[in-house]
Design a protein around this ligand. Structure first.
Ligand code: UN1
Length: 497
């Protein structure tokens, strides 16, 4: 095995060690003997350096015409396409999800690059008539300045791309802290941007842990906005800290997403969706389907087939193409799955599939069986709290109305799904489900990058990533009035009456 590589922070275009000299290891979750890389354990001093570099770079980057900035993002999209396979392999090695999915993760960054590159020639504002003669009025989008970004480990390239690409096209400079479990994919993404021609200091990477490296970004007075993706628990801390300095703060957090299956649904289609929704990414998506709300007439058939499919899933190292589900990300996540299986049993739900950590050939990694609870009810903790692992609960219901009420009855509101052949029921559910995303006859995962992504209640604080939601977050409005009358015209007073 070759020597383990050490990765440094990127500050002002230079690769530098943390000032404290501290580092941490990035482990392969499928085999913890495999150290993917050594990364810098940064703190306040490193963050100060990174913010200063970003602020300096902002002076010139903001003046680069948006179409030129966008060309760099476009070239990054082209380079990512060429490097997709290698970056997918790196990602599977550090994050665990199977190659098909990490290719999808890189693809999501490519899609975001092309979409946002187009925005460089739009970034539409508004021109409107003035109420006064010989006066011109418009609202234009201007960048914010230095933006701080804190990214999660489950989509280690896609989610940083959702944050970086729109922020850059809009003219901001960035300080990003990738998740400590998956920093390599952010390095790959940023290396691509450098190779595409991004000037020094426009992006800065500071690796490390939340309290030491994340909090100083959020609290820094020169950081103008924060974009965070992670748990609702940490999001609350980030949001409260950002509020103290009135920073705009986009929080993208947890989910307890439901798939509703009605009696008239195509059941085999619903099963395929349920398996993909619950066990894709080992259940570690904020959009994962962790509740199956199934109408009684379809319940037995659904449960039998869902359980059979879950039991047949091949679990193992994601680098081996025959495997269908990879490991969990770390010890803490697998312990959470173990804990919730125990809670579910005590609450009276029945384990119909899985329920255990995999040992034997799997023991060097954090592998957990695809797990299904049957006879769940909406009030159980396993049906209320986000587990972020391959654990799903099936809940029987009598009607679509009851199903929608249960789907809405958690603290979260990210994604939702309904399987039916009845168009009337589909449209009513779209109207009545309180969530940021609703799928009909498709599972809760699979958002496309040009539509707004985000949710309500404990899932988010009103902002959206993806689509034009991102442009809204990474720009601010400036209203501009140009008076060419050559005299004082008082708005609301010189009305000509
Ligand atoms: C996440 O789970 O944090 O729709 C993001 C999806 C993916 C993005 C998921 N495109 O599941």
């Amino acid at each position: 095995m070759s020597a383990v590589k050490t990765y440094k922070n990127l500050i002002g275009g230079e690769w530098v060690a943390s000032r404290s000299g501290k580092t941490f290891e990035n482990l392969n979750p499928a085999n913890t003997d495999d150290v993917v890389g050594i990364f810098q354990a940064s703190d306040q001093n490193d963050v100060n350096d990174a913010v200063a570099a970003a602020q300096k770079a902002f002076e010139t980057w903001r003046l680069v015409p948006a179409p030129r900035r966008a060309e760099i993002i476009f070239r990054a999209g082209e380079l990512l396409t060429q490097r997709k396979e290698q970056y997918a392999k790196d990602m599977t090695r550090e994050m665990g999800k199977v190659l098909k999915e990490t290719r999808g993760d890189v693809q999501e960054a490519i899609d975001t690059a092309y979409f946002m590159a187009g925005e460089g020639r739009r970034l539409f504002g508004a021109t409107v008539p003035s109420e006064l003669p010989n006066k011109f009025a418009m609202a234009i989008r201007v960048p914010l300045g230095v933006v701080g970004m804190i990214a999660p480990w489950n989509f280690p390239m896609a989610i940083p791309s959702w944050k970086l690409f729109p922020a850059l096209v809009c003219g901001n400079t960035c300080v990003i802290k990738p998740a400590e479990d998956t920093p390599l994919s952010t390095f790959n993404l940023v290396q691509t941007l450098i190779d595409a021609g991004l000037p020094k200091g426009v992006i800065n990477i500071v690796t490390g842990f939340g309290p030491e490296a994340g909090a100083p970004i959020v609290n820094h007075p020169d950081v103008r906005a924060i974009s965070f993706t992670g748990s609702s628990e940490v999001g609350r801390i980030v949001g409260e800290a950002a509020a103290k300095s009135f920073k705009p703060c986009s929080l993208e957090m947890g989910g307890k997403n439901a798939i509703i299956v009605l009696d008239d649904a195509n059941i085999s289609l619903a099963i395929d969706g349920a398996v993909w929704g619950a066990f894709g990414t080992t259940g570690q998506r904020c959009t994962a389907a962790s509740r199956m709300i199934v109408q009684k007439g379809a319940y037995n058939e659904f449960v039998d087939k869902f359980v059979a499919k879950a039991k047949s899933l091949k679990v193992g190292d994601g680098l081996d193409e025959k495997n269908e589900m990879g490991p969990q990300i770390n010890e803490q996540q697998i312990n959470t799955s173990i804990k919730y299986v125990d809670i579910g049993k005590k609450e009276g739900a029945k384990v119909l599939a899985g329920g255990n950590r995999l040992e034997g050939a799997h023991k060097k990694g954090w592998f957990f069986e695809p797990t299904i609870f049957g006879d769940g009810n909406a009030k159980m903790r396993i049906a209320q709290e986000e587990i972020f692992g391959p654990v799903a609960t099936v809940i029987p219901v009598s009607s679509v109305e009851e199903a929608v009420e249960i789907a809405n009855g958690t603290p979260y509101g990210l994604s939702s799904s309904l399987y039916t052949r009845d168009v009337n029921k589909a449209f009513r559910a779209i109207r009545d489900i309180y969530a940021g995303i609703t799928y009909i006859n498709a599972p809760t995962i699979g958002a496309e990058v040009h539509l707004p992504f985000g949710g309500v209640k404990a899932t988010g604080n009103g902002h959206r990533e993806g689509g034009l939601g991102a442009v809204d977050f990474y720009t601010q409005w400036k209203s501009v009035y140009i008076d060419y009358s050559d005299k004082l015209q008082r708005a609301q007073i010189d009305t000509g009456e």
